[in-house]
Design a protein around this ligand. Structure first.
Ligand code: O2Y
Ligand code: MN
Length: 597
C-alpha cells in the first residue's frame, strides 16, 4: 500500500472511529460471506436460487431512494470555478462542516477499505481510487460496478482519488441496527473537492450518492481531471456495431434520462446481418489515441440500471443479464422468491411484497417497485458484451450521438456540419417536460447539455470550451462525426418512428455517413437523410410519415432558437463566442429560408 494511502486511512479511522477496519481483497469468498452476513442481519434477502441464482434483494429506507442533487456540492476555493450549474460551498467551510459530521460517525460499525480501478486495471486510460465506507451494501455493489481488490494496490500512487462514504448513523453500544441506516435529508452531503481529488459523502446509502466510483468519480471528479489532462469524461453509452460485411465500428451516445439510453446500448438490430455489442451503458472516458482516432473506455464494470420498464420486449439483453448474479434494490418480491417490477410482464402477479415490504395486489394504489428501483449486474453477464470490452487501449469512435425526447421540432436524425457545430448540438440537448412532472414548465424544454448538467465537476462555460478546444486541437485527426437523434417525434399523439430494434436503421445511416457516403441533404440544421438514404425495407413508412419525421417547421424553430437563447443566459458573459456564432448562424439560415419563400 502506498504510504500516502496508509496515512490517509489512519487519519479517517481516527476521525470516524469505526469498531473495526476490513481490507477488501476483492475475492468471491469475501463477496459471498458479506452477503451472507447481510442476509442474517436482515439487510438483504436471498432470492430463490432456482429462479435467480446468486442474486439478492435490498430495500432502502423510503427516504433514501435516489441521487440528491440539492445536497450535491462542488467545492472549490473560488465560486467562479464551480460555475452556475453546481451547488458551491468554499472548500475549507465544507470540509469543516463535514469533518464535524464525520466525527465518530462510524462508531459501532465496520469501515471497509476498497481499492478500486475505474477502467481496466493498469490501462493508461484508467484511474484508481480508494473508497472508505461503513456500508456493506456499498461494498458488494462496488465489487460489481468497479474492479476492486488487491490487484489494484500496485497502481495506487499519490494521485489516487480519496473517497469517503458514511451512512451517517453511528450505533451506540448495544444499539440495534436498522436494515437501511441513513441520515435525514438536510444532513446528507455528496461533496466533491476536484482541487483535492477528494469525495466526501455522508448520510445516504443509495446509488449515485454512495457508490462513489460512478457519478462522483467517473463523471464529476473525472470531468475536472479530464479538462486538466486534455481528455473527456462523458455521460455516454459505448456501442460496437458490425455490418453484414464484418466491418466493425464504434459509437458513443449521450441522452438525458428517459430517452432509452440503456435500451440503445443493448439494442438487438432488426436489420439482417447486423450485430450490436455493448461496451458501456452510462459512462465513457474518451481520449485521442496514437492512431489519430478518439478512443473510448467504459470506466465501469457493471450496470446500475433502472428496473421498471425493463422487459423482454423493451430490452431482452438486460433481462438476460439480470437472470443471475444480480443485486436488486427496491423492486418487488414474488411469492416464489423472485423479483418483479412494473412492465416486466404484460400483467402483474396476483400477489407481491412491494419495495417497502408490504403486501401488494394489482388493486393496490401504489407501485410495487419504486420507480427508481435498480438492478446491479456485471457487464460480462450481458449476452451481447463486446469481447474487447476490457481492451486497455479502448475502442476507436466513429460517431458521437446526442439526443433528447422531443414530440416536435427536432427531426428523427440529423448530422452536424462539423465538430464545432456538433458541440453546439451537445450544448442545446434537452427533453420536453412531460405531464408526469407537475410543473408550470409543462411543454417547455428542459435543457441538459451533453446529458451532463448534474455531472460537470466545474464551470459549464469551461466545459463547453474544453470540448471546442478538443475540436480545434485535433481538427486534422480523425475526430468522431456528431449526430443528433430524436426517436420521440409525434403526430396526433402517436410516435412517428417505431424505435427499439428498428433504430438499427438509423445507426446504419450514421455509419454510412462516417464512411464518407453522400446519402444526405443539407438543411438549415444539418445533414438529413432523404427517404432513399435510409434502409426502410420491411417497414411501412409512408412519404407523409417520413416527411413529418423530418419536417423543419419555421415557427417551431423560431421558438426553439428563443428557448436556446434563454438557456444560454446561464453562461452570463462566459458563453464561448463559437457557440454564440453557431446560434446566430442557425437563426440566419432560417431567416434565409423565409426570405427565399
Ligand atoms: O438514483 C441513483 O442513484 C442512480 S442515478 C443513475 C444510475 C445509473 C445510471 N445513470 C444514472 C443517472 O442518474 O444518470
Ligand atoms: Mn446515467
Amino acid at each position: 500500500m502506498h504510504s500516502m494511502a496508509t496515512a490517509w486511512i489512519e487519519d479517517i479511522a481516527k476521525l470516524t472511529r469505526p469498531d473495526r477496519i476490513v481490507y477488501w481483497h476483492g475475492t468471491t469468498e469475501e463477496y459471498d460471506s458479506l452477503l451472507e452476513e447481510m442476509v442474517h442481519a436482515g439487510k438483504a434477502i436471498r432470492l430463490n436460487p432456482k429462479k435467480r441464482p446468486n442474486s439478492y434483494l435490498f430495500r432502502s429506507d423510503p427516504s433514501d431512494v435516489a441521487r440528491v442533487e440539492n445536497r450535491t456540492f462542488i467545492s472549490t476555493k473560488n465560486q467562479r470555478d464551480a460555475g452556475p450549474t453546481n451547488n458551491w460551498v468554499e472548500t475549507s467551510e465544507l470540509m469543516a462542516t463535514m469533518s464535524k459530521l464525520y466525527e465518530g460517525c462510524m462508531q459501532g460499525r465496520t469501515m471497509y477499505m476498497i481499492p478500486f480501478s475505474m477502467g481496466p486495471i493498469g490501462s493508461r486510460f484508467s484511474k484508481v481510487g480508494i473508497e472508505l465506507t461503513d456500508s456493506p451494501y456499498v461494498v458488494v455493489h462496488m465489487h460489481i460496478m468497479t474492479r476492486t481488490g488487491d490487484h489494484v494496490l500496485p497502481y495506487v500512487d499519490e494521485h489516487f482519488i480519496k473517497a469517503i462514504h458514511s451512512v451517517g448513523a453511528p450505533l451506540k453500544p448495544g444499539q440495534k441496527d436498522v436494515p437501511w441506516p441513513c441520515a435525514p435529508i438536510e444532513e446528507k452531503y455528496i461533496s466533491h473537492f476536484p482541487e483535492e481529488n477528494t469525495i466526501w459523502s455522508y448520510g445516504s446509502g443509495y446509488g449515485g450518492n454512495a457508490l462513489l466510483g460512478k457519478k462522483c468519480f467517473a463523471l464529476r471528479i473525472a470531468s475536472a481531471l479530464a479538462r486538466k489532462e486534455g481528455w473527456l469524461a462523458e455521460h455516454m453509452l459505448i456501442l460496437k456495431l458490425t455490418d453484414p460485411d464484418g466491418e466493425v465500428r464504434y459509437v458513443t451516445g449521450a441522452f438525458p434520462s428517459a430517452c432509452g439510453k440503456t435500451n440503445l446500448a443493448m439494442i438487438r438490430p432488426s436489420l439482417p446481418g447486423w450485430k450490436a455489442e455493448i461496451l458501456g451503458d452510462d459512462i465513457a472516458w474518451l481520449r485521442m489515441g496514437d492512431d489519430g482516432w478518439m478512443h473510448a473506455i467504459n470506466p465501469e464494470a457493471g450496470f446500475f440500471g433502472v428496473a421498471p420498464g425493463t422487459s423482454y420486449r423493451s430490452n431482452p439483453n438486460a433481462m438476460a443479464t439480470v437472470s443471475k448474479d444480480t443485486l436488486f434494490t427496491n423492486v418487488a418480491l414474488t411469492d416464489d422468491g423472485d423479483v418483479w417490477w412494473e412492465d416486466m410482464t404484460p400483467t402483474a402477479p396476483d400477489h407481491l411484497i412491494d419495495w417497502q415490504g408490504r403486501d401488494w395486489t394489482p388493486l393496490s394504489k401504489e407501485k410495487a417497485a419504486h420507480p427508481n428501483s435498480r438492478f446491479t449486474s456485471p457487464i460480462k453477464n450481458n449476452p451481447a458484451v463486446a469481447p474487447n470490452f476490457e481492451d486497455p487501449d479502448g475502442v476507436p469512435i466513429s460517431a458521437i450521438l446526442f439526443g433528447g425526447r422531443r414530440p416536435n421540432t427536432i427531426p428523427l436524425i440529423h448530422e452536424s456540419f462539423n465538430f464545432q457545430h456538433g458541440v453546439f448540438l451537445g450544448s442545446i440537448m434537452g427533453s420536453e417536460i412531460t405531464k408526469a412532472v407537475i410543473s408550470k414548465d409543462y411543454g417547455k424544454v428542459r435543457r441538459d447539455p451533453f446529458a451532463m448538467l448534474p455531472f460537470i465537476g466545474y464551470h459549464i462555460a469551461d466545459y463547453v470550451s474544453h470540448w471546442l478546444e478538443i475540436g480545434e486541437k485535433y481538427k486534422h485527426e480523425h475526430l468522431p462525426r456528431i449526430f443528433y437523434i430524436n426517436w420521440f417525434r409525434k403526430k396526433d399523439g402517436k410516435y412517428l418512428w417505431p424505435g427499439f430494434s428498428e433504430n438499427s436503421r438509423i445507426l446504419k445511416w450514421i455509419l454510412k455517413r462516417c464512411e464518407g457516403e453522400k446519402g444526405a441533404r443539407k438543411s438549415a440544421i444539418g445533414y438529413m437523410p432523404r427517404k432513399q438514404d435510409l434502409d426502410l425495407k420491411g417497414l411501412s413508412i409512408s412519404e407523409t410519415q417520413f416527411d413529418e419525421m423530418f419536417a423543419l417547421n419555421p415557427e417551431e424553430w423560431r421558438q426553439e432558437i428563443a428557448s436556446i437563447e434563454e438557456h444560454y443566459q446561464i453562461y452570463g458573459d462566459l458563453l464561448p463566442k463559437k457557440l454564440r456564432e453557431e446560434l446566430d448562424q442557425l437563426e440566419a439560415r432560417f431567416a434565409a429560408i423565409h426570405l427565399t419563400k
